[in-house]
Ligand binder design. Structure first.
Ligand code: PMP
Length: 306
């Protein structure tokens, strides 16, 4: 998890971990007015490399556009800041968290009088859903909480406030003995995990909910599309009814933190053979070959930390 050392970049300078603080009256603390990313830097044969940095930055700036945040740095400048933060902390592999947030101004609901502040932190982070999860899979429940309805909390924006909904799902799942939750959307169709996109496999075809099902359009989700197409596995975005989860041959999550994690039980129903299925295994193993640098970066997904 997050290490209590190192340097954090805040508004143009590196500060020590213990000095990376903000005022309690900052707008973000009260109203969740932030947008952020979660990115991984992997240790490859040619050194540390940030995975899909351009795509994460694009989504970050898209999120800030939705919330009318004027970012005082260009995407190129933030790219340099991120690479520099990894370098200065001397980490070979890590999780990277850039956050743009509304700082100290006025505490009315309007964020507009509050300055936009920027930070980047990095820390070592192993597997997200448990050490055995990638091989053995996770046991999940369908949440009693739905994803926000269309035109409420925009799910295409990765905004801090959205994660209150994710927290309700995650707390409920953990308290009832599951590793993770799957939420349905406003209409009762499958949406996504608290921090992952979801895929089901039936009769050799992969399906995943479309962006109209209140999902965050995941960057790892895009990797799954790319790899499936390369393998000639059919993959479709399709509205998914809840019961399709239970009768799928395979189910898996994708996400920067979760990577490609098989889901082997949903609501205590065993999915397929109850183990890592063949299509999940193909996608997962190719994904890890790429991120570990065991196969050439044919998609230009890496930015090396020089
Ligand atoms: N959905 C949600 C709600 C998430 O928080 C994440 C993690 N960022 C994802 C999906 C997966 O997105 P990505 O593959 O870009 O990490």
């Amino acid at each position: 998890m997050q290490s209590a050392t190192g340097k954090i970049w805040m508004d143009g300078e590196f500060v020590d971990y213990e000095n990376a603080t903000i005022h309690v009256l900052s707008h973000v603390v009260h109203y969740g007015s932030g947008v952020f990313e979660g990115i991984r830097c992997y240790e490859t044969r040619e050194g540390p490399a940030v995975f899909r940095l351009k795509e994460h930055l694009k989504r970050l700036y898209d999120s800030s556009k939705v919330y009318r945040m004027e970012i005082p740095y260009s995407m190129e400048e933030m790219s340099d800041v991120i690479l520099e933060t990894v370098k200065i902390n001397d980490l070979k592999s890590c999780y990277i968290r850039p956050l743009f947030y509304r700082g100290l101004g006025e505490l009315g609901v309007s964020p507009l009088p509050c300055p936009v502040k920027c930070m980047v932190a990095v820390w070592p982070w192993g597997t997200y859903l448990g050490d055995d999860a990638l091989q053995d899979g996770v046991s999940v429940r369908v949440s009693s909480w739905n994803r926000p309805a269309p035109n409420t909390f925009p799910s295409m924006a990765k905004a801090s406030g959205n994660y209150l909904n994710s927290q309700l799902m995650k707390i409920e799942a953990l308290e009832s003995g599951y590793d993770e939750a799957i939420a349905l959307d406003h209409y009762g169709y499958v949406s996504e995990g608290s921090g992952e996109n979801i895929f089901i496999v039936r009769n050799g075809v992969i399906y995943t909910p479309p962006s109209s099902s209140s999902i965050l359009p995941g960057i790892t989700r895009h990797c799954v599309f790319t790899l499936a197409r390369e393998f000639d596995i059919r993959i479709h975005q399709h509205v998914i009814p809840r019961e399709a989860l239970y009768i799928s041959d395979e189910v898996f999550f994708s996400g920067t933190a979760a990577e490609i994690t098989p889901v082997t039980k949903i609501d205590n129903i065993v999915i397929g053979q109850g183990s890592l299925g063949p299509i999940t295994e193909r996608i997962q193993s190719e994904f890890f070959k790429i991120v570990r640098g065991d196969t050439p970066d044919r998609h230009d997904w890496f930015t090396f930390v020089k």
